[in-house]
Each structure stands twice: as structure tokens, then as C-alpha cells.
Design a protein around this ligand. Structure first.
Ligand SMILES: [Zn+2]
Length: 98
């Protein structure tokens, strides 16, 4: 089912971004091609997943983050951001931060 254009935030453009609270309640697929960057609460390792490769993109980002565990140490998400790019992110939404 195609999503209405107004419910999609691109990695480019000047349209207003949602607040962290709004973004957390949106399915990840409404941020096509964005990178989800998370930091582990135990070891501090950083993982970056592109929306395209994320499992269950249909779930709210809040749910995805709550389920995430670091494969190596089993830690939870300490910090999470949505970034428009890895090298140079021009758009950024800080979702969770300690
Ligand atoms: Zn870890």
C-alpha cells in the first residue's frame, strides 16, 4: 500500500522534520533510505542500519529500538539517531539520548 507523500520524510529537502516523540511513533519505512544509528548501552559500540536493510520496517521506531540487542554483548540501545547519510548527514533526528 503506497504511503501518502506527506507521511514520508526524505533524506533531502527542507520540509520540517518530526519531533523525536513523533518520529518514534512512526514506522521506520516512513524514513526511506535514512540510517538508524544506535549506540550500545554496555560496550558503546555503534551500529548503523539503513532503512532498506532493517527488518520489520513496518514497526514503529520505538518498538524497533526497544527490541534491539547488541549481538556481541546483549546490551540495549543507549542512544539512537536517524541520519540522512553516513559520511555527511545533512538531516538528523536525535531519538534517544542519555
Ligand atoms: Zn554492546
Amino acid at each position: 500500500m503506497p504511503l501518502a507523500a506527506c507521511l514520508i520524510w526524505r533524506t533531502y529537502g527542507n520540509d520540517p522534520l518530526p519531533t523525536p516523540r513523533q518520529a518514534l511513533n512512526e514506522p521506520l519505512r516512513r524514513f526511506p533510505l535514512w540510517f538508524l544509528r544506535v549506540e550500545c548501552s554496555r560496550c558503546g559500540a555503534v551500529q548503523v542500519v539503513n532503512e532498506v536493510h532493517a527488518p520489520r520496517r513496518d514497526l514503529p521506531i520505538r518498538t524497533i529500538l526497544a527490541r534491539m540487542r547488541h549481538e556481541v554483548c546483549g546490551g540495549r540501545v543507549a542512544k539512537a539517531e536517524l541520519l540522512s547519510g553516513v559520511e555527511a548527514a545533512v538531516r538528523r533526528i536525535v531519538l534517544w539520548s542519555p
